[in-house]
Design a protein around this ligand. Structure first.
Ligand code: ZN
Ligand code: ZN
Length: 259
């Protein structure tokens, strides 16, 4: 079975194409389970995400597509939620969806994954940046709000690498992910970025496997051509580490599938 659980829509103002065309592309590629996980509303950086007053419309759109295409593909409903202290909202955290992806895109107010703010890397200590990022992932996992960890090592996006061993930096975060029963996504968007590598790296995925943390697959599509992006490489990475099963969600419950 083929799954792709992290995908965006035009409602976040930085993705292109109608929801129908994403689904038609997914069907063409033979994807069996497709998840919409729009950037959830937040009172920070609010332009680049759904509006609070559009949550119902988004959720209904997905549920209507789920019905419309039910003979061809299974569609599930989620949100990608920013872990950002003081800006998480009950309306999102308690929404009636199949799953929530928890992601860290900001360290304080610094949007570290955006090319416009890349200079900030030079103003800080790179080991501290990485530690601060994985501390945020650990804190995100400990909240217990989320089902999937979004792009575990997003902080590698521009190839500013720490001099310390990344495995040590990430250990506590991975332990917290295991403890909170979360799932790691193999997110192929990294292959489209300067780091040119799937999130997470081989060494972090090996640690996850040893901790018995389950995985799922995602392309983080913001355009039609990104649906199912370089899926074979994600499958190959998972198999290399030893994984044979992946997780999908229904009403926040995990279901195992063989990929
Ligand atoms: Zn996005
Ligand atoms: Zn993200």
């Amino acid at each position: 079975m083929r799954i792709d659980l992290h995908n965006h829509t035009i409602r976040c103002n930085h993705a292109k194409g109608s929801m129908d065309t994403y689904i038609e592309r997914a069907i063409k590629l033979g994807i069996d389970i497709y998840g919409f996980s729009e950037h959830a509303p937040m009172d920070f950086d609010s332009y680049y995400r759904l509006d609070f007053n559009k949550m119902n419309v988004y959720e209904n759109d997905v549920l209507n597509l789920k019905e419309k295409y039910k003979n061809d593909i299974k569609i599930i409903l989620g949100y990608e939620v920013d872990y950002l202290k003081g800006h998480m909202d009950e309306r999102v955290l308690t929404s009636n969806v199949d799953y929530l992806i928890g992601s860290v895109h900001f360290l304080g107010e610094w949007g570290f994954d955006h090319p416009d703010y890349i200079n900030e890397y030079k103003n800080r200590n790179i080991n501290q940046i990485w530690q601060e990022y994985f501390d945020a992932i650990e804190a995100m996992a400990k909240t217990g709000y989320f089902n999937i960890v979004g792009h575990l090592d997003l902080i590698k996006i521009f190839n500013f690498m720490p001099t310390k061993d990344i495995r040590n930096i990430a250990t506590n975060a991975l332990k917290a992910i295991k403890k909170s029963n979360m799932v790691l996504e193999l997110n192929s968007a990294g292959l489209r970025k300067p780091c040119k590598e799937i999130y997470p790296s081989l060494s972090l995925l090996e640690m996850a496997y040893e901790l018995d943390i389950p995985i799922t697959f995602s392309s983080d599509a913001h355009a039609i051509g990104q649906v199912g992006y370089r899926y074979e490489e994600s499958i190959a990475l998972a198999k290399k580490v030893g994984y044979t099963k992946a997780v999908t969600f229904e009403q926040r419950e995990q279901q195992l599938i063989t990929f």
